[in-house]
Ligand binder design. Structure first.
Ligand SMILES: Cc1cc2nc3c(=O)[nH]c(=O)nc-3n(C[C@H](O)[C@H](O)[C@H](O)COP(=O)(O)OP(=O)(O)OC[C@H]3O[C@@H](n4cnc5c(N)ncnc54)[C@H](O)[C@@H]3O)c2cc1C
Length: 352
C-alpha cells in the first residue's frame, strides 16, 4: 500500500494477533525499538504452521518440514538461530519416489529445520521476545473481534475478556481468519483478504515399532522423499532430524493439495490410513512395513496461498496492519520477511 504511514513513536503499544514466525518477527522489530508489544495466539504455544506434535515416543513436525533461505536479512537471522542451537541444516539425503522406483533428488538448495523439533525455532523467538520487559505473549487466547475506543483498539477474546487499548493492531493470521477481524472496520484490508485464496493440506503422521524396510539402491538413512503420487506429496523421517536420532521410526506424510481439498471433511483416522497406504505403494511389494505404534492426521485448512502476492504486508491509516506468508509466497522465509518488514515500516525504518 503506498499511502504514507506515520512511524509509531517508541512508547506506543502494539497488539499482534498470531504468534507464528511472521507475528514473532514483527514483534521482535517493534519491541527492540521500544514499543510495548503484546502477542496473542489461539493455540497452546507459538509456531502456527511450524508446529510439532509431541507423542511419548517421538516428536513429529506437522507443518513445514524444512525451509530454504534466499534473502540476506533472513540469512542473518538463520545464522543467529544456528549459533544458539535452535536450528540446524536438514535434509541432505532426499529422493524422488514413485511405484516405478526411487531416484536421488537434489535441487542444490540448502535447507534448515528447528532443533530438536520445528517448533523449537518459534519457541526460541518467543522466549527472546518475552525476555524483554516491554513484550508479552498470551497463548490459548483466540481473538474474536476488534473494537475501536477513544484511546485506541480493544481486542475481544473468545472468553469475552477485553485487552487494550492499543495504538496499532498487527494481524498475522491467515487472510480468511484476518478477514473476520478487519471486515467491520476496513473495506480495503477486508477485500484484499478475500483475494488471498488459500489451499488446504492434510498432514499425516505415523510412528513404527521398527525401521522402514531397505529399498534397493536407496541410502538406508534417506531423510525426505517427494512422491509422484496422486495422494501423497512428501514423506519425511523425523528421527533423521537433528536432535531426534534416538526416537523410533516416525514419518510425516504431507498429502497432495488437490487430494487434501477433495478429502477435507473426511475423519482424520480415514485420512491417516489412506496416507499410509500411499506410502506402502512406493515400497517394493515384497517389503514388510513394521508394526504401527500410533498414527493420526492434522488438517491445515489454510496451509498456503494459492498464488504469490506482489507486496510484503498491508496497512491502513486507522492502525490496522496485516502480515504473514500469504502476503508473499507461502514459505517460512516469506512469513519472516513479511513480519520483519512490516515491523520496520511501522517504526519508520523502511521507506518501501
Ligand atoms: C503442511 C505444510 C507444509 C509446509 N512446508 C513448508 C516447507 O517445506 N517450506 C517452507 O518454507 N514453508 C512450508 N510451509 C509454510 C510455512 O509453514 C508457513 O509459510 C509459515 O509457517 C507461515 O507463518 P505465519 O506466521 O505467516 O502464519 P502461521 O504460522 O499460520 O501463524 C498464524 C498464527 O495465528 C494464529 N491465529 C489465527 N487466528 C487467530 C485468532 N483469531 N486469534 C489468535 N490467534 C490466531 C494461529 O494459531 C497461528 O499460530 C508449510 C506449511 C504447511 C501447512
Amino acid at each position: 500500500m503506498t499511502k504514507p504511514l506515520l512511524p509509531l513513536p517508541a512508547h506506543h503499544s502494539v497488539a499482534i494477533i498470531g504468534a507464528g514466525i511472521a507475528g514473532l518477527a514483527c514483534g521482535q522489530v517493534l519491541a527492540s525499538s521500544g514499543a510495548s508489544v503484546t502477542l496473542f495466539d489461539k493455540a497452546r504455544g507459538p509456531g502456527g504452521r511450524m508446529s510439532s506434535k509431541r507423542r511419548p515416543s517421538a516428536t513429529l513436525d506437522l507443518g513445514a518440514q524444512a525451509f530454504s533461505v534466499r534473502d540476506a536479512d533472513f540469512q542473518r537471522a538463520v545464522d543467529e538461530w544456528i549459533a544458539v542451537g535452535c536450528l540446524a541444516a536438514w535434509p541432505t539425503r532426499t529422493y524422488q519416489a514413485s511405484s516405478r522406483g526411487w531416484q536421488t533428488h537434489n535441487d542444490g538448495q540448502k535447507r534448515y529445520v528447528g532443533a530438536p523439533r520445528m517448533s523449537a525455532l518459534a519457541r526460541h523467538m518467543a522466549d527472546s521476545l518475552t525476555a524483554m520487559p516491554n513484550a508479552e505473549l498470551h497463548t490459548g487466547t483466540p481473538i474474536v473481534a476488534l473494537e475501536p475506543s477513544p484511546n485506541g483498539w480493544l481486542l475481544l477474546a473468545a472468553d469475552e475478556s477485553r485487552y487494550g487499548p492499543y495504538d496499532q493492531i498487527v494481524i498475522s493470521a491467515p487472510p480468511p481468519q484476518a478477514h473476520t477481524l478487519v471486515n467491520p472496520w476496513d473495506d480495503i484490508l477486508a477485500a484484499t483478504c478475500l483475494t488471498r485464496e488459500q489451499r488446504a493440506c492434510w498432514a499425516g503422521w505415523a510412528i513404527f515399532e521398527g525401521p522402514l524396510p531397505a529399498i534397493p539402491g536407496v541410502a538406508p538413512e534417506w531423510q525426505m522423499a517427494r512422491l509422484d503420487h496422486t495422494v501423497l506429496n512428501i514423506v519425511s523421517r523425523n528421527q533423521t532430524k537433528p536432535g531426534r536420532e534416538t526416537q523410533p521410526e516416525s514419518v510425516s506424510l504431507l498429502a497432495q493439495l488437490d487430494w487434501s481439498e477433495a478429502q477435507l471433511e473426511q475423519p482424520a483416522e480415514v485420512v491417516a490410513e489412506r496416507l499410509l497406504s500411499a506410502l506402502k505403494s512406493v515400497y517394493p511389494t515384497a517389503a514388510t512395513i513394521p508394526k504401527l505404534m500410533e498414527t493420526g492426521a492434522h488438517r491445515w485448512r489454510y496451509a498456503q496461498p494459492s498464488t504469490p502476492s506482489e507486496y510484503d504486508y498491508l496497512y491502513s491509516a486507522n492502525g490496522l496492519a496485516l502480515c504473514g506468508d500469504s502476503f508473499r509466497s507461502g514459505r517460512v522465509e516469506d512469513a519472516w520477511l513479511s513480519g520483519h518488514r512490516l515491523g520496520e515500516k511501522l517504526i519508520g525504518r523502511s521507506v518501501q
